[in-house]
Write a protein that binds this ligand. Structure first.
Ligand code: ZN
Ligand code: ZN
Length: 148
């Protein structure tokens, strides 16, 4: 199922399976955009990069780009990131995310600018991690990127 079909979401597809498909796609797209690099400033590994929900889903976090950060396996498993993290830790992660995105793709995915969509599409188009099909999917994922 392609993301562009989201609005016409088929009835026979349970909400749960659509949600998990959407999440998988979103996380994969995010990792590709960030070239599979770890956002932690004190990273000493960098291997096996995973996408992490900054505010965990079970504590009200959302499946949106602005809530996702790339962390290598080692950084992801440390620091108790999957507990109900305090505000200070959340702020740290949002800062790491912001610096990471500016460094790797040149802008932040939670920026609220008129030309945000254009920047996002350009970032996908120049990124060699995406093949043609994935580029198409990634450009249709835009409705998952924005806050609303
Ligand atoms: Zn790391
Ligand atoms: Zn995680």
């Amino acid at each position: 199922m392609k993301l562009g079909q989201e609005n016409g979401e088929s009835r026979d597809m349970t909400k749960r399976s659509w949600t998990s498909q959407k999440r998988k796609l979103l996380l994969e797209t995010y990792k590709k955009l960030l070239n599979y690099t770890c956002a932690h400033p004190k990273c000493e590994s960098g291997f096996d990069v995973e996408a992490h929900h900054i505010r965990p889903l079970e504590f009200g976090g959302e499946d949106k780009f602005w809530n996702i950060v790339c962390l290598c396996r080692k950084c992801h498993r440390s620091n108790g990131l999957h507990n109900n993290v305090d505000d200070e830790k959340l702020m740290d992660l949002y800062t790491f995310k912001g610096v990471h995105e500016r460094t790797v793709i040149g802008f932040q995915l939670d920026e609220e600018e008129e030309n945000f969509r254009e920047k996002y599409l350009r970032a996908i188009n120049v990124n060699r991690n995406f093949d043609t099909e994935e580029r198409f999917i990634a450009s249709n994922i835009f409705n998952l990127v924005t806050r609303k």
